[in-house]
Design a protein around this ligand. Structure first.
Ligand code: OTN
Length: 425
């Protein structure tokens, strides 16, 4: 079952990633060797408020800043290292990117998150640092004991903090790596997984991508992908910003596959999110807003085979309310719900949400349509589906129908929050 903070994390849907640091000022550097001089760190117009505007326009409620990447350069004036902003020309060494970022988040009402890489190519030792996004890259030598100490500090200081855990940090993982950096969750994609799959990731990329229905831990996938080819900014990639169409595909194959999308925005050498990146992210937001604004099943007469009772009425599926849902009767692990519309509707997308508080119950589902209420035709791409979870989205060529049928079966009576059909703009 998801914990309260996992529920909060799911509701974010999209989280922004900001890779910004000394690598931004080196040509084509993504994994600095820790030798670059702090003298090159000098953003001429850093404005975290502009980053926040990008997020607001894109409807993104949360941002994670890289405070320290593998090169070891600290974006805040730490007392534990000379390799930081305090020895850079930026603001004559008086600047603090982490503070500016968290302040801007507070002002904008954006949830702040911190990436703090344990891999450090500059300092020979590790100070008492604490972590939120535990990147597995280069961290193979870190033991679970090490993470256990960090986790104790974080649990005490920031009890609401979600842990992205991999490899030896697997016991602390609230969410997992999806097994790729291309923005794609598997189909199916279960929130549950066997902990060994997270611990021994290279042998279990498929399991990370799909989850494991019989897994003992609830650790859903967080899909990290950059809006550009690299994690850090390079002018040479200015023409390779992902298009709105590419971002829509990524959204549908991450958020629309029971996952949360961690979308990276690399600020440039002036310290700003480039205009194209901001514009395309806003384009994605527009598509999401417009597509899902109108559930075309509203107004349908809805019947089901095994209703649980009035509190869990099938009309709850289309009421757009957070608190209500449809449930099947005890003993009925299969059910069919029919939607009869007063007149035919044209649609090219469907979306379904399970009541994730109650765990994965439905494990098999299909959708069919009909124009006479007796001959049923499968909706393309919507047969023999497995996962529902927080959200599942399916797109297809436009169809026109006046009757829809949702067939469900699983390990327990179904608990479905939302079912809708939509027309993309
Ligand atoms: O070379 N790599 O380290 C690498 C190349 C391609 C894709 C991933 C990785 S590392 C991988 O990164 C993930 C985040 O994207 C997680 O942190 C994994 O634990 C880590 O092994």
């Amino acid at each position: 079952m998801p914990s309260a903070k996992q529920l909060e994390w799911y509701k974010r849907e999209i989280v922004a990633f900001f890779h910004f640091g000394i690598n931004t000022f080196g040509d084509e550097v993504n994994e600095g060797d820790g030798k670059a001089s702090p003298a090159i760190f000098n953003p001429t117009g850093l404005d975290c408020g502009q980053w926040m505007k990008t997020l607001k326009r894109a409807g993104i409620p949360c941002g994670i800043l890289v405070a320290k990447h593998a090169d070891g350069f600290c974006n805040w004036p730490t007392a534990y290292s000379q390799y930081s902003v305090k020895n850079s020309p930026w603001k004559k060494g008086k600047g603090d990117v982490v503070r500016e970022f968290t302040n801007a988040c507070k002002v904008a009402g954006i949830k702040a998150g911190i990436y703090l890489g344990p891999h450090d190519r500059h300092e020979p030792t590790y100070g008492p640092i604490w972590e939120i996004w535990w990147d597995g890259a280069g961290a193979d030598f870190l033991t679970t004991d090490f993470y256990t100490r960090w986790a104790a500090i974080i649990h005490k200081a920031q009890p609401q903090c979600v842990f992205f855990g991999t490899k030896n940090s697997y016991p602390f993982a609230d969410c997992r790596w999806v097994g790729n950096e291309s923005g794609r969750s598997g189909d199916p994609c279960w929130s549950t997984i066997a902990p060994t799959s997270i611990r021994d990731e290279s042998a279990h990329i498929e399991e990370l991508n799909h989850g494991q229905l019989d897994g003992s831990a609830y650790v859903p996938a967080e899909v990290d992908v950059s809006i550009r080819p690299s994690w850090f900014y390079h002018a040479s990639e200015d023409h390779r910003v992902k298009s709105v169409k590419e971002l829509i595909d990524i959204y549908c194959e991450s958020v629309g596959r029971n996952s949360v999308l961690l979308l990276n925005f690399p600020p440039d050498r002036t310290g700003l999110v480039p205009a194209t990146d901001a514009k395309n992210a806003a384009g994605l937001h527009n598509w999401i807003r417009r597509t899902f604004a109108h559930n075309l099943l509203r107004g349908a007469k809805i019947t089901s085979q095994h209703p649980r009772g009035s509190e869990f009425s099938a009309s709850n599926l289309v009421d757009g309310r957070e608190e209500t849902y449809y449930a099947s009767a005890d003993g009925s692990n299969s059910d069919t719900i029919e939607f009869h519309l007063p007149k035919p509707k044209t649609f090219d997308c469907l979306m379904i949400q399970e009541v994730i508080q109650l765990g994965h119950r439905t494990t098999s589902w299909s959708v069919e349509y009909s124009n006479d209420g007796s001959t049923w035709i499968p909706v393309p791409n919507a047969t023999d589906k497995q996962t529902i979870g927080h959200k599942w989205i399916i797109r297809f060529s436009p169809l026109t129908a006046s009757h829809l049928r949702l067939k469900l079966s699983g390990r327990a009576p179904a608990a479905i929050h939302t079912f809708g059909i939509y027309k993309q703009p």
